[in-house]
Design a binder for this molecule. Structure first.
Ligand SMILES: Nc1ncnc2c1ncn2[C@@H]1O[C@H](COP(=O)(O)OP(=O)(O)OP(=O)(O)O)[C@@H](O)[C@H]1O
Length: 351
């Protein structure tokens, strides 16, 4: 199925330009929504969207979150990154008000996360969908919309999420990616001011993933705050204003993607090239300035790390010529967010 993300002319309007639509009556045929943002003006816009300080959450003897701090500014997108079991979902669930903290302070839109008045102001997309198995897709979305004062048109959301064709399909028969998209629709249908998206693109095909990225960008343009978790570094780089990397329940790094990747010394860069797998790198290592690191990072993908200057590039290409090897896709770049992540959290698989 081809997914399209139509951008109606009202998409991305700031809140003050967004016309309010009256709450629909029982037989009201909803009109298309006025952008994805909330039409509600927050009574306390001076508070950050989410403020977490010293959060602790235990499950029996397991300390899932161990003194975590983060701040999501209004209208910004924050990506929470971390290895499996780092405590991301637990943190998000405490912020959503689904779990009670054992310690620390959490404020969401300036309120206690369990405050009932917060419910209509936040949208939640839980990890793995979270739909009712027997309910049809359009019924589920209409059910969630019925709980909101000023919902988006469910049919419109189904359409932009490419779900119109499966509107009558029970949730349990939707594919994993369709369940994820429906779950996203449910999170957005109430025009929230703040959205929690726990691994929103897990299991999605590249088209659906792009669509979700477009939606998150549109939410941000509409002034909606977004806290998402992801394992995809390119997703965090593409979407987030602020990235928080957690490990073992603690923050190990935080900043904009640019700050995190620039945090290494100026002279730390990478030269990458592709060539035949299994080259003996001993001579190359010897020819390069002291302290430079060379390895075959992936099969046939070679990585030289350190201060990359024109002389280093020349040494590498000369060595390739001596080996009778054509270096393909030769690039020089800063370290990626993935490199930063792996350096901070280790390269070993977590249990
Ligand atoms: N309901 C629970 N009961 C007991 N332990 C739990 C429960 N939920 C999570 N944990 C444990 O808490 C720790 C943090 O889990 P959490 O799901 O928050 O991590 P995560 O970073 O979201 O992981 P993933 O990336 O795999 O989704 C893990 O050790 C996990 O096993």
């Amino acid at each position: 199925m081809t997914l399209r993300c139509p951008r109606p002319p009202w998409w991305g309007q700031p809140h003050h330009q967004v016309a309010r639509t009256p709450p629909p009556g029982p037989h009201h045929r909803h009109r298309p929504a006025h952008g994805l943002g909330s039409a509600v003006v927050s009574p306390h816009p001076q508070h950050p969207a989410v403020e977490v300080s010293g959060l602790v959450k235990r499950y029996g003897s397991v300390v899932a979150v161990n003194g975590l701090d983060l701040t999501l500014d209004r209208g910004a997108v924050l990506a929470l990154l971390g290895p499996n079991g780092a405590g991301k979902t637990t943190t998000v669930e405490v912020c959503e008000g689904f779990r009670k903290a054992d310690g620390g302070q959490v404020r969401v839109l300036g309120l206690d996360p369990r405050a009932p008045e917060l419910r209509p102001r936040i949208g939640v997309m839980p990890q793995g969908g979270g739909g009712y198995p027997g309910v049809r897709a359009d019924e589920m979305l209409r059910l969630v919309a019925a709980c909101a004062a000023n919902p988006h048109d469910p049919a419109w959301l189904l359409e932009i999420l490419g779900l119109t064709g499966v509107g009558r399909t029970p949730y349990k028969r939707l594919s994993g990616g369709q369940q994820q998209r429906l779950s996203l629709a449910c999170a957005l249908v109430g025009r929230p001011e703040l959205v929690f998206l726990d691994e929103p693109t897990a299991g999605m095909d590249p088209q659906a993933r792009r669509l979700v990225w477009d939606l998150v960008a549109a939410l941000r343009a509409d002034g909606v705050s977004v806290l998402l978790t992801t394992h995809l570094m390119d997703e965090a780089e593409a979407l987030a204003d602020h990235v928080v990397i957690v490990d073992a329940g603690r923050v190990v790094a935080a900043g904009t993607p640019e700050e995190l990747t620039a945090r290494t010394a100026d002279d730390e860069q990478q030269l990458r090239f592709r060539a035949r797998p299994g080259l003996d790198l001993t001579l190359l290592t010897g020819a390069l300035p002291e302290g430079m690191r060379v390895r075959e990072a992936t099969r046939g993908g070679y990585l030289v790390e350190g201060r990359i200057d024109p002389q280093v590039v020349s040494t590498v290409t000369s060595w390739c010529a001596q080996q009778g090897v054509l270096a393909e896709e030769l690039t020089v770049a800063k370290r990626s967010l993935e490199d930063v992540f792996l350096d901070l959290t280790g390269r070993e698989l977590r249990s």
